[in-house]
Ligand binder design. Structure first.
Ligand SMILES: Nc1ncnc2c1ncn2[C@@H]1O[C@H](COP(=O)(O)OP(=O)(O)OP(=O)(O)O)[C@@H](O)[C@H]1O
Ligand SMILES: [Mg+2]
Length: 366
């Protein structure tokens, strides 16, 4: 018997795993940012040198010639584990898993030069035009880290596009362990955290914090929604500013008409549900009539936060759960139960454009 290995043209891999594999160029840049994060970098700089060249520099661990041959040139196998402690003593859960992310480079440009250096090792330079790749040593590289120069960019990166990239990275990266800097001539900005600190009354009417741990969901709310002087007359027993509760999710779901599951079927589904947390901001713009009718404190809060809920797995969002799509099905729920807030059953549902924030899940610990 003979063992066989596939051999494949470099240009075919580049086309399939790069050009066709990404929905847009921003997502391709994100893949390279993830690699810098995984390499322990404290900062990654995206420098649009001119309309045809992008230079991505990180001060991470870098690669030597062995790493290039063993990992960089090995498709479909990642050498990444679960987490690492970075030089600032922050825990990072590595984002890489598939061993294909670097082909984002082929989506972005036609010629690549990669300069890399590991501590105490000689620097290397790897080049490709997606037909042939070469590796050389390069003694002129002084500091550890990786610098990738993408020439012949396929897209035109105008200033507007660069600003859009910043917004995209702001949404898709949710950590402070590594800074992301974007330069394009005069433009020089760090990517900032997307969500402000929730402050009821300032940027939301309510801040909802959820934590799910082994079957128990704890909920805590901070509210500044109602004119407390007036509203308290109607519900003197209630605390209108805070609410805390803990529910056993099995009891909550059993017999629930939306879940449509019970007993063992429900238990085995919940068994698979990993821990998660969420931090959500509830907001709405009320009309003058509604403000009076529902005893709201404000027509609207001074600042508003982009609507949409982003799903993060550790430091990075999961592609296509970046707030645009109503993946929580809030709209569907509202359409099923379109009652107004004044409805006596209390069956009013939060609208999808009234919630923003994030849900955090963890890459599975093995
Ligand atoms: N900036 C970098 N610094 C150091 N090593 C890197 C860097 N970028 C890539 N590498 C190395 O090249 C390998 C291939 O990267 P690639 O992004 O293709 O795969 P991955 O990150 O392991 O998995 P995924 O496909 O999920 O991103 C990495 O596993 C890592 O060893
Ligand atoms: Mg990667």
């Amino acid at each position: 018997m003979e063992y066989l290995k596939y051999s494949i043209e470099d240009s075919t891999i580049a086309e399939l795993l790069g050009v066709q594999n990404f929905s847009n160029d921003e997502a391709a840049v994100l893949e390279l940012v993830k690699n810098a994060y995984d390499a322990n970098a404290l900062i990654v700089t995206l420098d649009f040198i001119d309309k045809t060249t992008l230079k991505i520099t990180d001060n991470g661990d870098g690669m030597d010639s062995e790493d290039i041959k063993k990992y960089w040139m090995h498709i479909g196998k990642s050498n990444k584990g679960y987490n690492l402690i970075d030089t600032n003593n922050n825990v990072r859960v590595q984002a890489g898993a598939k061993g294909v992310g670097r082909f984002a480079l082929s989506r972005l440009g036609k010629n690549i030069q990669l300069y890399s250096k590991k501590m105490e090792k000689d620097g290397v330079v790897w080049k490709t035009d997606w037909n042939k790749s070469t590796l050389d040593s390069d003694s002129s590289i002084e500091n550890k880290g990786t610098c990738i120069v993408i020439n012949n960019l396929r897209e035109k990166w105008t200033l507007r596009r660069v600003e859009k990239l910043n917004k995209y990275l702001e949404k898709t990266y949710n950590d402070t362990a590594m800074k992301i800097r974007i330069i394009a001539n005069e433009y020089d900005e760090f990517v900032r955290p997307h969500f402000p600190k929730p402050e009821p009354g300032k940027n939301c009417r309510a801040n909802i914090v959820l934590k799910y741990n082994k079957g128990i969901l704890s909920v805590s709310l901070l509210l500044d929604e109602f004119d407390s002087y007036e509203a308290i007359k109607y519900c003197p027993e209630m605390d209108l500013k805070t609410f805390n509760s803990e529910v056993n999710i099995f009891d909550e779901f059993e017999g629930n008409e939306i879940v449509e599951m019970e007993g063992e079927e429900l238990a085995s589904l919940l068994e698979k549900l990993g821990d998660f947390s969420a931090n959500l901001l509830f907001n709405l713009n009320a009309t003058k009539q509604d403000k009076e009718k529902f005893l709201y404190k404000y027509l609207s809060t001074g600042e508003s936060v982009d609507s949409g809920v982003i799903l993060y797995r550790n430091a990075f969002s999961i592609s296509s759960f970046e707030g645009e799509k109503d993946w929580l099905g809030l709209g569907k729920r509202t359409r099923k139960s379109p009652a107004a807030a004044s409805h006596p059953t209390g069956a009013w549902r939060v609208r999808e454009n009234q919630i923003s924030g994030y849900v955090l899940i963890d890459k599975k610990k093995i």
